[in-house]
Design a protein around this ligand. Structure first.
Ligand SMILES: [Zn+2]
Length: 222
């Protein structure tokens, strides 16, 4: 499934002549904007570059789940061809990326807090609107809430609403208190965002943060 989807995406991307880059860890090719850019500083330390504006040459990671499983210092060794990275670094680097993703996520949430549709009733109401939606649940949102909102989203998709194709539902790593605080409120169990432009970034950063966070938790459990 994943491979078929990836191939289709890549073909349509080439058709649109978007800039493609290869992930140094898994060699998958993606549109540049779908990858995390990183740079290696003068000391050989690796840093995420969210704005893609840090000086120096960069390289890219896709942070797909399969990719994260494969990344190791051995794989990062390929960087030696073009950079002088300090290795081993992956253990420190994954925590560094996670921390910076968490920070970035808070900034992004802060930037969209005015357009946040907060709470179950408001979100349920929004589901019948035509705009495409990014729905974010707190990590500790109850099952009943998840089921209710997801059911409504399924019906929305079945209703052949064009915008529904771009909908996305994310269970955040942030609990209700942290999600609320990022949005300048009290606890928030579910929130919907509708303005398009910042949403892709918000979605991308939350997904990456979630994947890395889950991986770090797993490692600590070992
Ligand atoms: Zn990759």
């Amino acid at each position: 499934m994943k491979h078929a989807g990836g191939l289709k995406t890549n073909l349509s991307q080439q058709a649109k002549d978007k800039t493609l880059r290869t992930c140094v860890a898994c060699k998958a090719t993606h549109e540049k904007q779908d990858l995390l850019r990183l740079i290696v500083d003068g000391e050989g330390q690796i840093w995420p570059d969210f704005s893609a504006k840090l000086p120096g040459r960069g390289f890219y990671l896709c942070l797909e789940e399969d990719c994260l499983k494969k990344i190791s210092d051995k794989r990062l060794g390929v960087l030696r061809r073009d950079f002088s990275p300090q290795l081993p670094q992956w253990e420190v680097l994954q925590q560094r990326i996670f921390d910076m993703l968490s920070q970035r996520l808070n900034q992004l949430l802060n930037g969209v807090k005015r357009q946040a549709v907060i709470g179950r009733d408001a979100v349920m109401h929004q589901i019948w609107d035509k705009k495409s939606l990014l729905i974010m649940f707190a990590a500790d949102a109850g099952d009943a809430l998840l089921r209710q909102v997801n059911d409504a989203m399924d019906k929305r998709a079945l209703g052949e609403m064009k915008s529904a194709a771009q909908d996305k539902t994310i269970v955040s790593l942030l609990d209700a208190e942290a999600l609320g605080s990022a949005l300048g409120r009290e606890k928030i169990a579910v929130v919907a965002f509708t303005e398009k432009s910042p949403l892709l970034k918000l979605q991308q950063i939350s997904v990456w943060q979630q994947r890395l966070g889950l991986m770090l938790v797993k490692q600590q459990g070992k």
